[in-house]
Write a protein that binds this ligand. Sequence first.
Ligand SMILES: *Cc1c(COP(=O)(O)O)cnc(C)c1O
Length: 706
Amino acid sequence: MQNKITSLKELSRNLWWSWDTEAKQLFEELSPLLWERNNHNPVELLQHISNDELTARCELEYGKKIESVYSRFTDYLNAKETWATINAPELVENPVAYFSAEFGIHESVRIYSGGLGVLAGDHLKSASDLGINFIGVTLFYKEGYFRQYLNQDGWQTENYPLQYPESLPIEKVTDEDGKELIISVNIAQSEVFAQAWRLKVGRATLYLLDTNIGLNESHYRDICCRVYGGDQNMRINQEILLGIGGVKLLEKLGEKPTVYHMNEGHSAFLTLELLARELANGATETEAMANVRSRCVFTTHTPVPAGHDRFSREMMHYTFNKYISTIGMDFDDLMRLGSEDKNNIYGLFTMTVLALNLSRTANGVSKLHGEVSRVMWQHLYTGKSVDEVPIGHITNGVHASSWTCGQTALFWNKFGVSVDEMSLSRETAEAVLAKVTDSELWALRYILKRNLIDFIDRYLANQLFHQHLNSCQSEYDTSKSAKNTFSPDVLTIGFARRFATYKRAPLIFRDLERLNRIINNETRPLQIVFAGKAHPHDDAGKDYIRQIVQHSRRSEFSGKVIFLENYNLGVAKRMVSGVDVWLNTPVRPMEASGTSGEKTVLHGGLNFSVLDGWWPEAYNGENGFSIANGECFENYEEQDSFDAEKMYSTLENQIIPAFYERNEENIPVQWIKKIRNAIATIAPEYNTHRMVRDYATKYYLNRKAE
Ligand SMILES: *Cc1c(COP(=O)(O)O)cnc(C)c1O
């Protein structure tokens, strides 16, 4: 029998633990304080605990707990029968290779910035759960994405703490001789080298390329410094490493993917390296393109123009001239693959165009986003009507067990189901809900809100402490700072996301007097918690943060509007578990999907959103609330006024009454009815198990002959 300590260490090195409640408790229980301090990183936690302590503690129940979790873990890894063995055996044989510039798997592995990464992480986890042979490819960013601090004015400042490989659950990829495996890519006139790290996520593997090695000049080492860091030049270098380097890595590892899935255009250069192989094997350019196309799948993620990378012809020439000549392709032909106008190869090279040209299927991430994308890219498909543009859609979901807090998982377990089972079908969810009383659901809501408020309290204390330390003023004016006077009896709204301006975080402050009346209503008050990061170059987004922080300090909102700094996966999970209402205010149709609202449903949270992204598909009038009916105005001011008005009136006339109207037992019957409806209709549909099954059956499996 394997030593328990060895088992525990092995568990810490597979992110499977991050979506298993008991596995997580195993680490937390060792030292709740160290667990908190080390950002819930079990590898780091275990570095602080001696083998003597572990050995001693294993003598009591702790040892048995390790054994029980470990045995479930090995059962999981070795399962003979999975969704894929039954429904898609082809996808068990050869791997699907999934390329993404970021992966949000857990807050302790800081290689993500926002929603795109979270989606990639959830996709990876579901692929593992479903038993698909699945490999992720990304970069190792030694500084990750920034840590957000707010200064006294509420202005965002960024800090880039290093992450050390030895404190992460990653291992260096080596060759047969145990030497580190090195690949190289051609950038401009240079050869740039990269090593690779392996991260285990259940049955799936994520590879992270890393140029931080002695073989490289320092400016090439910086390619693997920050997620979306640097200028256009850095961007193109990162994308070459990801796409071209990724294909080279997989080849060196002997992997033969049947599908290359490009999660957003960042990785689209992978198609060039696949073309290079075809050309080297003697294919003509036309044959090569057809062969590459037959293996590639592309997902586009945003209608926002800035979300689509574009490089100038000069930059492309400087960076690719040497590479393109070595693979035997003409530079103008390369430009043609990425030009929006085939007749003008002197303009910009667009990664999305390259990806669309060289993939067999393409999709947006919600029904509405599919429609918007077809219009957006119609000009690439001469002679085709909008409906004929070959871009479909698969609506994004979330990985249910990752996004369910321990208390909620326990709650559903008590009624005989796992969180995954609750997300399986509407029938299952309804059958379970029939066994749950209103008062039980209401009790759950109280527990979760209490947890959130306790969390906010500790978190804010820390936040204010270092705001104080960093302040230049000798007298720190505490009256100006946020205090937590949240109450679990009060209707609680959460808003947290990247502070891209189209998401309009400050919309609810448009009419301060009206908001004051709503928040400070004597019998039916409201409290709001915010969080979110603006991109370091986005001053408009940072100004939104500043506005909200300053509003939160107004005497009428103090303690009732709170901004939590450094939004990340951990903070997100706390927030989506605890709030009553998840607010979402994008300018329609800019939010391709959005996923954070999907995370709140199994906790009994309700969505209150503009009809954008996934919400128009999910909203049925009874399972949450909508802001307006999808009306669009040319003028931004008009749009904001209109949407804000609708938001206030829906709050006043629907949301607040439904929450505060109680029966004799003090239960908000109408509210609970909506929660039930949301759980039954949203949870089974808007999860990544359903999403990955859709990708597998619609796009990965290529059963129809090409
Ligand atoms: C879920 C999540 C997102 C994506 O949220 P949207 O609804 O798409 O805005 C972004 N960041 C973090 C940390 C998340 O957990």
